[in-house]
Design a protein around this ligand. Structure first.
Ligand SMILES: *[C@@H]1O[C@H](CO)[C@@H](O)[C@H](O)[C@H]1NC(C)=O
Ligand SMILES: *[C@@H]1O[C@H](CO)[C@@H](O)[C@H](O)[C@H]1NC(C)=O
Ligand SMILES: *[C@@H]1O[C@H](CO)[C@@H](O)[C@H](O)[C@H]1NC(C)=O
Ligand SMILES: *[C@@H]1O[C@H](CO)[C@@H](O)[C@H](O)[C@H]1NC(C)=O
Ligand SMILES: *[C@@H]1O[C@H](CO)[C@@H](O)[C@H](O)[C@H]1NC(C)=O
Length: 627
């Protein structure tokens, strides 16, 4: 009797202890690697068999996030104060071929849903419309490797405290305080070497401290950032803790090696020998002068390791030098599907870039007509890249766009690179660009059915580029001079890629002017304006017109409000061939697309269906008040 009671009691006590243990684990944890960690992963993030957490690899426009499996009770029921916390983690940012980008952030957020967020400068946490909004209630500490001037970034290697947006309330160039030498030593975030971070918040002092140091250094006595911060407004409920990283047109692999967290107390310290090691490039070999934990190895082994490592270093250096030499000599790049042409081929095809072969001039580069073979006519765009960064961006774009084929896109055959010149080889489209048809009188007048067909072609091309997934291709420069017409007057969208964007007045979405960041939404805006230009046969901005007619969008909007949209049509179009229903659909869709607020603009797939007649436009009232 007594024994069975005793056993039952023991079991109950045991269960209680276990449940205490697991509830403890929810807000106090220490992960060396993430194999057994309770982690929720989103986007591009994944855990390698070594336990290494990779938030993004070095591909473009990715977002990767990972959050602790349980929300953390940041508010304490007793008082209005938020609670103190302390966290420490080890991260590494390894650079791809070009400049690194865009960075990683430690995040405390009420939600793990960042589906509307942008990559690049927005680090997968915010977008242009919710950046800085106090309803976000997000605290982040960013490790940013790209300078976004419009977001007040101080440089391209900084640490910042972000409250509800990526414009930091406090930031400093990455550095750590060396206690022995009593000075600050700067640190490159994207060096590929592991960096340890401590973030501590004291709710009574209302101070947040951010400290960082290379992994082989002890914790510096003074933090890099120290700031008074009242967090009780932010932390009025349970919050999730985790990491977010993003890439843009520049990219790095963002890695986390270990993470500890504690509510009301110091975050437990790492045993750095238990952290997963980084994949290549190998970790630095020089023994640290003051290793926090010394590893005893027998000297034979150590010798062997040193010899192997030295050999490997020499071999890698030789390879790097060789690679650099090949790069300088032959300018070989990785470009997925694109064919590489020799400079001589291109030069002789265009008669040495003769002015008689000039097809058009752009801010971004000139177009030449060329003949490769008796039947193969090409158009060559000649671009001068001033910086290496520009060239890398361009190459990344060639790579992405050369894999895309669609009948309304101009085919990119290949490229050629010589010195700081890049040549893009496109198929030649015989009838030239749409702007000549619309805005000058030296081409035949396009009928209504030509125009409607051209509009639907561009919509199909854009829909194809934008795709459905996380990684859309952004055209960045949708305008009449970038639409070419073939012999049957089918539209072919060309000159894509943000590297070639020129700012044309009247085509720039307001948020593009502010942030410089082209998105699907800014493409939709430009397409909206272009549709109106095609229907009305005039440019987006015509300063010589009477004031109410200068802006095409406003003029069409007025027409819509006055109920005489049809009067806005190009007067050169034969009225008898005008299909009123189609004209109205195009102009109303145009107004919807050219809305000032990106949230109101439809996605390209809907635009396509509106034009196609397979989806109804929103009610006119919506158009009225939406605009
Ligand atoms: C990054 O990951 C994606 C998806 O797993 C893969 O398609 C891509 O090739 C990777 N990029 C690099 C540079 O490893
Ligand atoms: C709540 O307040 C009581 C009395 O002031 C204190 O003993 C207790 O530790 C507090 N609980 C928490 C979770 O802070
Ligand atoms: C910004 O994000 C919010 C919240 O995720 C979303 O509702 C909104 O549509 C997004 N805006 C843009 C312009 O993507
Ligand atoms: C080190 O940097 C911190 C933060 O930027 C600054 O407050 C401190 O004065 C610097 N210390 C020295 C010795 O330069
Ligand atoms: C933050 O750093 C300051 C200056 O070193 C120190 O006085 C303070 O105690 C630290 N606060 C926390 C929460 O670590």
């Amino acid at each position: 009797m007594i024994t069975s009671k005793f056993i039952a009691l023991a079991i109950i006590i045991l269960l209680y202890l276990v449940s205490c243990g697991s509830s403890q684990r929810e807000s106090n944890f220490l992960n060396h690697g993430f194999l057994e960690a309770n982690l929720l992963k989103f986007g591009s993030s994944k855990v390698y068999p070594s336990g290494l957490l990779e938030l993004t690899n070095a591909s473009m426009r990715q977002i990767g996030q990972a959050f602790h499996g349980f929300p953390i009770p940041f508010s304490n029921s007793n008082s209005t104060n938020s609670v103190s916390f302390s966290t420490s983690f080890v991260f590494a940012i390894t650079q791809g071929t070009g400049a690194p980008g865009h960075g990683l952030a430690f995040v405390i957020s009420p939600s793990m849903d960042f589906s509307g967020a942008f990559p690049s400068n927005y680090l997968g946490l915010f977008n242009t419309s919710n950046n800085g909004n106090s309803l976000n209630r997000i605290l982040a500490v960013e490790f940013d490797t790209v300078q976004a001037v419009e977001l007040n970034d101080i440089d391209d290697n900084h640490v910042g405290i972000d409250l509800n947006g990526v414009t930091s309330i406090e930031s400093a160039p990455a550095a750590y305080f060396d206690d022995r030498e009593a000075k600050n030593i700067s640190l490159r975030l994207a060096s590929g070497k592991p960096i340890r971070v401590w973030i501590e918040y004291n709710a009574i002092e209302m101070m947040i401290n951010v400290t960082l140091a290379p992994l082989d250094r002890p914790k510096p006595s003074s933090p890099l950032l120290s700031r008074k911060l009242h967090l009780s407004g932010i932390f009025s409920q349970e919050h999730h803790v985790g990491f977010s990283a993003a890439t843009g047109t520049v990219s790095s692999s963002h890695l986390v090696l270990g993470w500890s967290f504690n509510i009301e107390g110091n975050a437990p310290d790492f045993d750095i020998t238990k952290l997963p090691s980084l994949p290549d490039p190998p970790r630095p070999l020089s023994p640290s002068p003051n290793p926090p934990i010394s590893v005893k190895k027998d000297s034979n082994n150590t010798k062997l390791i040193v010899i192997c490592a030295a050999t490997a270093t020499v071999a890698i250096m030789i390879l790097v030098l060789l690679g650099f030499w090949v790069f300088r000599r032959k300018q070989i790049f990785f470009t997925g599907g694109a064919r590489k042409f020799s400079h001589q081929t291109i030069s002789s095809a265009t008669g040495g870039f003769d002015s008689s072969k000039l097809l058009g001039e752009r801010n971004s580069g000139n177009f030449y007509k060329g003949q490769l073979a008796p039947t193969e006519i090409i158009a060559v765009k000649r671009i001068t890249c001033i910086t290496r960064q520009q060239k890398m961006t361009l190459i990344a774009e060639i790579d992405a766009f050369s894999k895309t084929k669609q009948r309304n896109l101009v085919n990119l055959h290949g490229y050629c690179s010589k010195g700081n010149e890049m040549y893009l080889v496109y198929e030649y489209v015989s009838n030239g660009s749409l702007d000549r048809f619309l805005f000058s009188n030296d081409r035949p007048v396009l009928t209504w059915s030509d125009r409607f067909c051209i509009i639907k072609g561009i919509a199909a091309a854009l829909q194809h580029l934008h795709g459905e997934g996380q990684k859309p291709l952004i055209h960045g420069n949708v305008k009449a001079s970038n639409v070419l017409l073939d012999e049957e007057l089918n539209s072919r969208l060309g000159d894509y890629g943000q590297g070639s964007r020129d700012s044309t007045s009247g085509h720039m979405a307001p948020e593009l002017v502010n942030t410089g960041k082209a998105t699907r939404d800014t493409d939709v805006f430009q397409f909206g304006v272009l549709m109106m230009e095609i229907v009305c046969g005039r440019k987006a901005i015509e300063p010589t017109k009477p004031p109410e007619e200068i802006s095409l969008v406003n003029w069409v909007l007025q027409g819509f409000k006055n109920g005489d949209l049809l009067q806005r049509c190009d007067t050169r179009i034969n009225r008898e061939h005008l299909v009123a229903r189609e004209v109205l659909v195009v102009l109303k869709t145009g107004l919807l697309c050219a809305n000032q607020s990106p949230e109101v603009r439809p996605m390209m797939k809907h635009v396509f269906r509106f034009l196609d007649g397979t989806e109804q436009l929103p009610h006119d009232d919506y158009l009225f008040y939406g605009v």
